[in-house]
Structures are given as structure tokens and as C-alpha cells.
Design a binder for this molecule. Structure first.
Ligand code: ASP
Length: 325
């Protein structure tokens, strides 16, 4: 199996959210910590693919590790809603079968992405929310924590700032995490997880929980994970639109991803970014905020970790080289 010539080259991209950094930019210490975490988590998920593991396992593990890091707004380190509580959302999609799992409004599940995958694999449904999702988590023996587990001082200060501004939906720091992967069997997968937006209304559901909005994968086209003001990504069916442009209009990945961000999100007043990966391992990471925490790699390529504008946002060059033109 290992030397099977028909095997595709694997590829992987992760994000830790798009957002603005404020006039002073990211403090140097935080920037170092974010870059180190992105690099480590990319490496751990890349090993799964390099050893012949599935794209679903790779995106699930990348997002689980991002959730466990307090640096990112998902799992531990999630933002607070207007009531000073956490409500977590996540979704995952298998491009080979179009199977999907999603969860919303979780308050006690340590790793929402693990539960989303159980919903996909072990229930007849796609989407579970609130109380019923908690019951299902208990039945599936998914790890639970007390709600305070998710809280960090940084996020508490962000809530205080947001309350002072009465700003409910403007992105501040980069939010949300996600991953897209292509495995050696040519299968694509995508996963996204978030604590949502600081000061959101209780019960608000993000695009990150919605298949076709914040997450989409199909072996027919590409895998996509979005970040930004979720309401705009939901209305714009952003993730699915990127795939649809490839499937129906024959667009290339970069122009599809950039035009969805421009026409379906920005043109209506929304901001954010996305990572997308197609069947040949092309990766693009467009965003219209100050920054998007991102990292990517592919079989035979160096890992790239980037934060700001002016840093790499895709592997077009190496794909061109690999394809001999
Ligand atoms: N999309 C997420 C949400 O709307 C937040 C983000 O990615 O910044 O909750």
C-alpha cells in the first residue's frame, strides 16, 4: 500500500481565526506563542496524513488540539456571550461521502469537534444542539468539563471591552479555528470550531456549526473552513459557494475563494477569511481583516506559518512547480 503509485500527495491547512489586531498589532509574546502553537498543531496533524491516515482524522485532530489551546477562540479560551457564559459550536464534513456532523450551544463538552464527529458517525442526524447534544455526549462517553474550564482572563477582558462598546458583532482579535485536509487516497475533509463572537446573544448559532456556511467538503471540488462575522457567512452560504464555483463554473480555487469572500461576504458588509484546499492539494487562505492565523503544508513542502497580510496565503507556487509550469 505504502508505495502505491496511484496514491495522491497529501495536503493540510489550519486556521486560528481571522480578525483585527488593533493599532499596536499583536504583542510580541503572544505572536510567538500563536506561531509556535500553529506550527506544532500543523505538525501533529500532518504526521497523520504522512503515515497514510485519513483526512477526517487529520482535521479532527488538528481542531481538537486547537480547541485545547487557550490561545484560540474554541474549546478552552472560548469567548464569553452577553450573559458571561460560553456556548460552543463545531462541525465536520467528510468529502468522500458528504457525511457531516454538527453541534451548537454546548456548555460542557470539552471538545465540540469530537462530539460533532460522533454525531456524524453514531447518530442518524447531522446537527444536534443544546440539551439533546449534551445527552448524546453522555451516551457517547465524550469528555465533559465544568463551564469554567473554557474561561480565560483575556476573554473576560474582551467581554468587558465589548460591553463598554456595546459592539455585538465586530470581530476583534482572530476568532475560531478550523482545518482542511487531503489524504493520500484523494479524500477531502473540513472541520471548524468556535466559541462564537464576544458578547453574542445567548442561543446565537455561528456559521462554524452550519454545513455549507462555515464548513464544507466534497471530493468533487474542495474542502473549506471559514472564519469571521458568522451571520454574513451564513447568508452568503460561503463554504458551499466556493465548492459550487468549482463544480458548476469550473473556477479555480483561488478565484472561487476570493470572489466568495468579496461578493458574498464583504459586499454585504461582512468581514473574515477562509482556508480552502482542492483535489490537487492547492491551498488558498484569503482574508480581508488585519490578520488570519494560518498554517499549511503538503507532502514534500516546507510548513508555512503566517499571521499578517504580506505573508504567504497559499501554495500556488509549489503547485505550479509540481505540475511543471
Ligand atoms: N465565525 C465565527 C462566528 O461567527 C467567529 C469567527 O470566526 O470570528 O461565531
Amino acid at each position: 500500500m505504502k508505495n502505491d503509485r496511484s496514491k495522491a500527495a497529501w495536503a493540510l491547512a489550519i486556521h486560528g481565526g481571522a480578525g483585527d489586531l488593533g493599532a499596536d498589532g499583536l504583542p510580541a509574546e503572544r505572536e510567538r506563542a500563536v506561531r509556535a502553537a500553529l506550527g506544532e498543531i500543523l505538525g501533529a496533524a500532518a504526521r497523520i496524513l504522512a503515515e497514510g491516515g485519513t483526512s477526517l482524522d487529520a482535521v479532527g485532530e488538528a481542531v481538537r488540539l486547537l480547541e485545547d489551546s487557550p490561545l484560540f477562540n474554541a474549546g478552552k479560551g472560548s469567548v464569553f456571550n452577553a450573559r458571561g457564559e460560553h456556548e460552543l459550536d463545531a462541525s465536520i464534513m467528510d468529502g468522500a461521502t458528504l457525511s457531516a456532523g454538527a453541534v451548537a450551544g454546548l456548555t460542557r463538552v470539552k471538545n465540540p469537534i469530537v462530539l460533532a464527529r460522533r454525531v456524524m458517525a453514531a447518530s442518524p442526524h447531522v446537527f444536534l444542539a443544546g440539551e439533546g447534544a449534551l445527552e448524546f455526549a453522555k451516551a457517547e462517553r465524550v469528555a465533559l468539563v465544568e463551564p469554567e474550564y473554557f474561561s480565560t482572563e483575556d476573554r473576560r477582558r474582551a467581554l468587558e471591552r465589548a460591553r463598554a462598546d456595546a459592539a455585538r458583532s465586530a470581530p476583534t482579535e482572530p476568532e475560531t479555528v478550523g482545518a482542511v485536509a487531503l489524504d493520500v487516497d484523494g479524500h477531502l475533509a473540513a472541520a471548524t470550531s468556535t466559541g462564537g463572537l464576544t458578547n453574542k446573544l445567548p442561543g446565537r448559532v455561528s456559521d462554524s456549526a452550519i454545513i455549507g456556511a462555515g464548513t464544507y467538503a466534497s471530493d468533487a471540488s474542495c474542502a473549506v473552513s471559514c472564519t469571521g462575522q458568522g451571520e454574513f457567512f451564513i447568508r452568503g452560504t460561503a463554504a458551499r459557494d466556493v465548492a459550487a464555483l468549482l463544480e458548476y463554473a469550473g473556477a479555480d480555487l483561488r478565484s472561487a475563494a476570493e470572489s466568495v469572500l468579496r461578493e458574498r461576504v464583504e459586499a454585504r458588509g461582512g468581514r473574515g477569511g477562509l482556508i480552502a484546499l482542492d483535489r490537487i492539494g492547492r491551498i488558498v487562505c484569503p482574508f480581508d481583516t488585519d490578520a488570519m492565523y494560518r498554517a499549511y503544508t503538503a507532502a514534500g513542502d516546507e510548513a508555512v506559518v503566517a499571521i499578517g497580510r504580506g505573508e504567504p496565503d497559499g501554495n500556488d507556487e509549489s503547485i505550479r512547480r509540481r505540475r511543471g509550469g
